[in-house]
Design a protein around this ligand. Structure first.
Ligand code: SF4
Length: 350
């Protein structure tokens, strides 16, 4: 335990005891990713470099299929894994590839080698008939790279669809009886923090099974890099991104939507020119979100709290690196104490 966590005043009466606001984690199996960089994409989006983001070059679908088939057959006795088709627009792959890939994964669902099948695609590339067929073959979760529901941000980012289409895509996935994942990209061209909060509220209202938030970065080799070099695009600063992501995370938590990922996985070869990045971005945002949550609970107390009890296992997450957020709790009039209970508690002075 860090010695900088406040050791006084003594513990007093508990005024409010509550669990961490994050939805309970659902136990999942490890993911076997199958990357299909740019496959099926109708255009190259201005921020995207799938080859660098996935660390895998484009190659013929037949080669990817053959390698996956061999891998699954040769590891038929391995522990169950979820299989995830990422990196392109899966439902827009040329026929019959969506069906072939899902059929292949579905064969191993029966044996228990594969526990769940998911894919990622664009919201304007889903239709009810195709989804019903893929579901019958074993698909169970569709992640939509929505990026934004805002017409202006989508237009400025040349996504090729509007907010109504983005929403309809989500509804189509849910109506097909499939689990839905929503990916949003705060800091897109033309997007303000207020627009992003509206995006998150819209996503939360759809009750997806998971969400991912990827702050917009300027990657070398993308059209966005040219805009940035020309001075036509400025990404959000790290502080601005954290300030926007913390309330967004609270919105998702309060809607019971788990966050599966915050920020790009920085593969070797990913050249980030500008934008909000930090090796502990997730922790920065989670600790801010928890601070905001606790601040929001203070007015409902019957008397002012002077001590916040935090589960010892959450010290790093709640207080941030080197307990930097302890000062902010102190500014709320709260001394921070660690305890071995699973919940958090606000207490009167002892
Ligand atoms: S963002 Fe999605 S749709 Fe756009 S190029 Fe990248 S993988 Fe394709």
């Amino acid at each position: 335990m860090s010695r900088s966590v406040t050791l006084s005043p003594p513990l007093g009466r508990i005024l409010l005891r509550f669990p961490h606001p994050e939805p309970p984690k659902v136990l999942r199996f490890p993911v076997l990713p199958v990357f299909l960089p740019f496959a099926g994409c109708p255009r190259r989006c201005i921020f995207c470099d799938q080859a660098a983001q996935t660390g895998q070059a484009q190659e013929p679908l037949e080669a990817i299929f053959a390698r996956l088939e061999t891998q699954l057959e040769e590891t038929a006795d391995a522990h169950p894994q979820e299989i995830a088709f990422y990196g392109g627009t899966f439902t827009a792959l040329p026929e019959p590839w969506p069906r072939r890939f899902i059929e292949l994964a579905g064969r191993f669902l029966d044996s228990g080698r594969i526990s769940r099948v998911r894919c990622s695609t664009r919201p304007d590339a889903v239709d009810a008939i195709q989804l019903a067929e893929l579901k019958s073959l074993g698909l169970s979760l569709v992640e939509l790279g929505v990026q934004s529901f805002d017409d202006a941000a989508l237009s400025a980012s040349l996504r090729g669809y509007n907010g109504a289409t983005a929403r309809l895509g989500c509804e189509t996935v849910l109506a097909a009886g499939l689990d839905l994942g929503i990916q949003l990209m705060p800091g897109l061209p033309g997007q303000t923090p207020d627009m992003f909060q509206a995006d998150v509220a819209c996503a939360a209202s759809l009750r997806p099974q998971l969400a991912r938030l990827y702050p917009c970065l300027v990657l070398e080799g993308t059209p966005l890099a040219e805009l940035w070099r020309a001075g036509s695009f400025e990404p959000w600063s790290l502080d601005a991104a954290v300030a926007a992501l913390a309330p967004a995370l609270l919105t998702l938590w309060s809607a019971g939507v788990p966050l599966a990922r915050l920020g790009l996985v920085e593969q070797e070869g990913l050249a980030v020119l500008a934008g909000p990045r930090h090796p502990a971005l997730g922790q920065l945002v989670r600790s801010r979100a928890l601070l905001d949550f606790i601040r929001s609970r203070l007015p409902e107390l019957p008397e002012s709290a002077q001590v916040l009890s935090i589960p010892r296992r959450l010290q790093g997450e709640a207080l941030g690196q080197k307990n930097v957020l302890e000062r902010e709790y102190n500014a709320l009039g709260l001394a921070v104490r660690l305890w071995d209970e699973p919940d958090l508690a606000l207490r009167a002075a002892g």
